[in-house]
Design a protein around this ligand. Sequence first.
Ligand SMILES: NC(=O)c1ccc[n+]([C@@H]2O[C@H](COP(=O)([O-])OP(=O)(O)OC[C@H]3O[C@@H](n4cnc5c(N)ncnc54)[C@H](O)[C@@H]3O)[C@@H](O)[C@H]2O)c1
Length: 411
Amino acid sequence: MTNKIFPCILGLGYVGLPVFTRLNKKYKTIGFDTNRLRINSLKKKLDINKEVQNSDLKLLNDSNITSNETNIKNCNFYIITVPTPLKNKKIPDLSQLEKAYQIISKYLKKNDIIVVESTVYPGATKELATKIFEKKKKLKSNKDFYLAYSPERINPGDKKHQIHNTQKILAVETKNKLIKKKILDVYKIITKKIKISDSIAEAETAKVIENIQRDLNIALMNDIFIFCKKMNLDFKKILNLASTKWNFLKFDAGLVGGHCLPVDPYYLSFIAKKNRITLDTVLAGRIVNNKLKNFIYNEIKKIIISYEKKYKKNYRVLISGITYKKNVADIRNSYALEIYMKLKKDFKSVFAYDKYCNKYNQKKYKVMNKLKSMSKYDLIVFLVDHNYNKKLFNSIKTKKIKYYDPFRYYL
Ligand SMILES: NC(=O)c1ccc[n+]([C@@H]2O[C@H](COP(=O)([O-])OP(=O)(O)OC[C@H]3O[C@@H](n4cnc5c(N)ncnc54)[C@H](O)[C@@H]3O)[C@@H](O)[C@H]2O)c1
């Protein structure tokens, strides 16, 4: 068995690119992504997600980034970080993960290691391995190849909790000490803090419940937020009062989007249903968080209608910030974007501005990158607390332009 580790990262997105930049410092590493545009921009040292510094995109140790799969053929340590979204009926879409397994299966050699980092439902990592490697290729797990699971905890836009200083779960089931050591050696390059697990299914479950817990906690606050609005009570003041109790958890209200929280509860509920297990709370957060989106949309709609009725002219509305959360470029499942698109369809003069959104999405959704003049807008809406919005908020206050800041980010 060769001791030389030759890693390949499949999927160079929010999760995969930071993993690649860590490993590339130590090993000759292949970064493989099926999206040619992504590879082309990374080759120009540009991460349109704005999560990795251009200087970190320097290729070291003869590493390579590529969309040509034959370049991975000599690798022996595969890390899969491809998307695991939902299909239309809110059921898991594992097609990209399956494709990654299929690509690896063409080049898999004896004793190769595969680590899955994508979020999946409990059992999925091994289920796909059985289907692709064992049944089709007649290779035996823990004998011909080794499988591990290490869910990702990166938090886009968060400069404090980064990949190298965040504890990571690493589930390894093999008893083979040499293989275990190899996996650990590689993961020690990614982060110094590792929590070892001996069960892939337990690590898969831990990952989804981390996000489900957060989704539910925010949902509870969103429910109370809507209640307060309808009862004419001050939600922020109530939150401050309640948080003086030692065991009150200070979650805030807000729009919940992204690739994780709106997705992961459905992954767990899918496998629970398949096993005829009832989960009473897991999807409750999704219902409330969706309700908040409609509530906010209706609030803005009411403001526009009442103005247009009174003044018989178009009300010019600017939504400042359309990505799914503060200081990130990601627009996946962004409720701010959905609200903007719906308002734009329903009214004549609705505009958006977001410096974080990448240029492709700015073009696709007609989002401005620069704001020339604020005074041509009648109302400025803040649904995302991007840092730059604070400055904008301060200046519209002095200019006496109306604003709508439902979550009181700037008050
Ligand atoms: N974004 C996050 O904050 C975050 C956090 C924790 C976990 N996750 C999980 O990590 C996984 C990846 O998410 P992401 O946000 O990095 O997605 P992403 O869309 O940013 O990146 C995934 C990349 O994989 C590529 N890809 C798709 N199929 C491929 C294949 N067969 N071979 C090679 N490349 C392929 C895509 O072109 C894309 O560039 C998901 O399961 C997600 O749930 C994401």
